[in-house]
Ligand binder design. Sequence first.
Ligand code: C2E
Ligand code: CA
Ligand code: CA
Length: 721
Amino acid sequence: MSVHPARIRRTSLLSTGELDRARVLDTLVNNLDGMAYRCLHDASWRMIFVSQGCLALTGYGPVELVQNATISWEDITHPLDRPRVRGQIDAAVRSGQRFTVDYRITTQAGQIKWVHERGIAVPDEQGELVIEGFIEDVTAQREMAQAQKEAELRYRSIFEHASEGIFQTSIDGRYLAANPALARLYGYASPAALMAGLDDIGTQLYVRSSQRERFRQLMAQQGEVLNFESEVYRQDGTRIWISENAHAVRDSEGQTLYYEGTVQDISERKRHQEELERQANHDMLTGLPNRILLDDRVEQGIARASRLGYYLTVVFIDLDNFKFINDSLGHGAGDELLKEIANRLRHCVRTSDTVARLGGDEFVLLLGDHFRASTVISQLRRVLAEIGRPVMLSGREFHVGASLGVAMYPADGEDPASLLKHADTAMYAAKNRGRNNFQFFTSELNRVADERLNLEAALRQAIERDEFEVHYQPKVDHRRRIVGVEALARWTHPEYGPISPDRFIPIAEETGLIVPLTTIILRRAFAAARDWNRRLPTPLHVAVNLSPRLFLSGDIVAHVASLLEEAQLPSSLVELEITETVFMGDSDSVVATLGDFKALGVQLAMDDFGTGYSALSYLRRFPLDIIKIDRSLVTGIEHEEEVAMIARAVISLGQSLRKTVVAEGVENQAQFDFLRYQGCHEFQGYLLSRPLPQAEMTRLLQAGGVLAAPARPASGFAPLA
Ligand code: C2E
Ligand code: CA
Ligand code: CA
């Protein structure tokens, strides 16, 4: 508003009709926050008129200012600002223009104030040049503006110097602002270069272009994103990982205007994380995925298989006799073997399939994309063939077999845990079936596995409660005179009834319960043998089965010795039956253990000869006294030429090596006659007697110890004299 004091003066002289207007103007001018004035264009800005506002502005009343009565405006003007004020007003006066000028004044109280003055030079009523104008206090505004400017500078500095990238982007993915740190982060020379070069964030920045859409969705839903992690391209095409924290900036109606936020380079952390993850998810020896990652893959595999309608096949692999190689050649060789097998397995599967190692010699294959069991089978055959190829370890060639257990989604389980468990169950079945083969899971297998767990618990209790008995099966010479007995464990569970040793012995072996169990059997058998031998004219041998597991613990010989001592039984009356698995281990320590047994005075028998590997070298190398021909070679001996041939060979081999040859499982006279004719020394089997409780065995021995032949049918073999 510009007020013209000249008019005020003039209107005051006018008629009553216009007097009111003069008064209104007067009131207005005098009530303005600020000071209206007319002054001369001279060295002191001598005031001719000032409005009432001068008092509030300067602390001087109009009377003091007009005609420089107390002080001149030049004096009130801050000394430092005087030349500038004069210069600006002089220039305006010369050109006849309006002027505005900001400067400081000193008030009557000595306070410095900032004022804003605008005015113009006009001729007065007498035609003399005067200046008319208005001066107002702008101290508060100036301070505010100053504070704002400083704040802005501070923010600017944060923006410019922050180590985090800072950005504002439009909703459609362009940069509105970027700081130097962001430019550096993304590999641009400057923020300007960044903003010019990156004009579609969604497609140019993010490695996964869907990230920008996710970003926008989160913004729409929550108005912010926190720790939003993405992989992005730098200008040179290299990739880094970033984390963004940002929010949507909205107008008063809630419409999103743009996004702003910060960016951090987290590549280092990501790399670290990935490495940790890799270590946590992989087996260090072979580099294969471990159990944790496998579970994950099975989960994903199930999802894919159910979507696409194929089978997901889980194959459990356990190397046969790995433990023996590991123990006899050392862990270095064991590790080599595992690495070699891992490589071979990798080559047997497609890239989309998984080979994992669960630890020890257990591997798992995860096969997708099979629509028929038959194609799975041909792949498993390839796997077995690959594993079966010879392996060179410590300069020697080895053959390693494997037992494979197979479970298929969806038939054999619908979740990772049950699929893995069932494949494991099937693998055990494959092992029991004779190794180096594969076995599909069946619900029957599952039942057996469940039962096994129950049995394991029952077995523990049975040992505590002493539910075991020992039965004795006679062994006779060619005249059917009892020369020995084999002690056989018997277990009758109070609820399940009698349980065959073929079922509980393997469980006892796997759980370590075989040690206390064997102690029970040895103790009973030794005591019985002592009692019988006291009353018998001729010595009676007692044979006890020793599990291969017992050979792994060092003190088995001392243990047997102490039990012999305890029973007061001469060691010469004892035979220990051992299966050939024992001989496959670390042969030096086995030879030593067997030597210790020989030194103790007991006899050693190789049990179940003719099954499994039956390497002749074992017979030469180890100090064995007795060969027991396996039942499977006796069954069918009388009408299967091939079986008969093997039996014949074994017997003559035993004879030439000066071993006692015993046939077990002799069920009929024809078998007995054949074996006797071939020169077998001792015979055991249902034909002669079933295993008997101790009391019955005692009666049999008291009755003379000869197992009479039944009325004999013609057998076709000439009996020996
Ligand atoms: P094994 O050492 O081969 O024992 C002979 C098995 O054949 C016994 O079965 C016996 O009852 C059976 N048998 C004897 N004569 C005949 C016959 O004429 N026909 C048929 N079909 N079978 C006959 P059992 O008692 O069921 O024992 C099975 C296996 O369990 C034994 O085979 C042995 O390996 C193991 N075992 C038994 N008792 C013990 C023990 O105290 N300790 C250990 N470690 N293993 C034992
Ligand atoms: Ca035996
Ligand atoms: Ca046997």
